[in-house]
Design a protein around this ligand. Sequence first.
Ligand SMILES: Cc1ncc(COP(=O)(O)O)c(C=O)c1O
Length: 462
Amino acid sequence: MVEWIASYRERMAELPVMSPLAPGDVKRHLPDTPPATGRGLDGILGDLDRVVLPGITHWNHPGFFAYFPSNSDLSSVLADMACAGLGAQAMSWQTSPAATEVEEVVVDWLRQMLGLGPQFTGVIQDTASTSTFCSLLCAREWTSAFGQSRGGLQAEEAPLIIYASDQAHSSIEKAALLAGFGKDNLRLIPTDDNHALRLDLLERAIEDDLAAGRRPCAMVAAIGTTATTAMDPLKGLAALSAQHGIWLHVDAAMAGTAMICPECRPLWEGIEGADSIVLNPHKWMGAGFDLSLYYVTDPEHLIRVMSTNPSYLRTEHDDEVKNLRDWGIPLGRRFRALKLWFLLKDQGVEGLQARIRRDLANAQWLKAQVQATGGWELMAPVSLQTVCVRHVPVGVTEEAKLRAHNLGIASRINGAGRYYLTPSVLKGRQILRVSIGSAATELADVEGLWEALMDAAMQSPE
Ligand SMILES: Cc1ncc(COP(=O)(O)O)c(C=O)c1O
């Protein structure tokens, strides 16, 4: 298996980055009924090549410029093997003390690497969606003075309100709805020309809600929106949070990784005012999926919201240790911390910083090409590694035509197999979103993509 993974990584660059399969192509290779008798794993590697590999989109490919990166550094691949091999279930300290204690240590290493103060304590969750859901549950219980121990939200006299920007990730809305706030109580505040939340409009929304007797509960700041990596004005949000006693959650799922480079930290100035923060080392950093870091300033509150304490889970050490089952939603937990440990041991802080800086520089290179080339428009500031562009043929102004033209560019690029990017719509305008940050992507790959974009623009119908 190790040999197979190593050989896959070696030849990945030759494979089409986006899987070219049609729906049903993979299922066709598999029987409709399960094998009645076990026949061992002979031939399984051949099956992986035949059945699975054609249906894989290669997220670690040097030509991967889609979505956000999901880097799976080989050190973290080994860690995942160790995790599965050990088969440890880490719900409590006692059920595998190493899993809890390694997690405590590496999560604190990360805190230091990000420049966060000691008031933040972290825990590993599976995804940013889960972390944000935990955060909004904590906000709900904070504002309602533990309404869950009484009639819950249904018994609240005034509705509790959540604020985020209209560029916030869909996981914010999902969390707000699942946490029972209701769509009517979610305010998606308009953004400015840089796609960051407008503080003046947020202030007005809060005042309107207060005047109407509603209760502002939580604000979610995007530090790095998904569309453009726009940065919400965190300092202003933190001031409003302090002024009105509103919970402040920071969604830095992608951009959080950049903060290991001190020069990026002005982008989240005000972070010390947050009640909770999420960032995903399973994106740009290199700890293979799934590994999300959730930091809070009041772990006791988190535990009070999440903890259940049936007799069969109690142990003699409960007063001295962390039982991480009480720090999130699932009871059972994998030993995910191994991935961060292996990654940091292998690359060190400096190794990770060098890669992040390479990607930031590559994004600036692409931005400069776009700005210097007629017919190309930069659609958003390049604050990190995502470059949003579109091509505007001479004389074409109609949005529908521009949409078709740019979608044509995207489908040419994505269909050719060498590069993969995400076409997207930003405030009604079709864009091509180039997200740089696959660990394998060097400047030469970005140069190649730029050539391919210019060629595709010539060929795509106007
Ligand atoms: C800003 C932001 N927040 C949250 C998420 C959701 O991340 P996850 O897949 O870990 O739930 C994403 C995913 O790309 C994102 O870009």
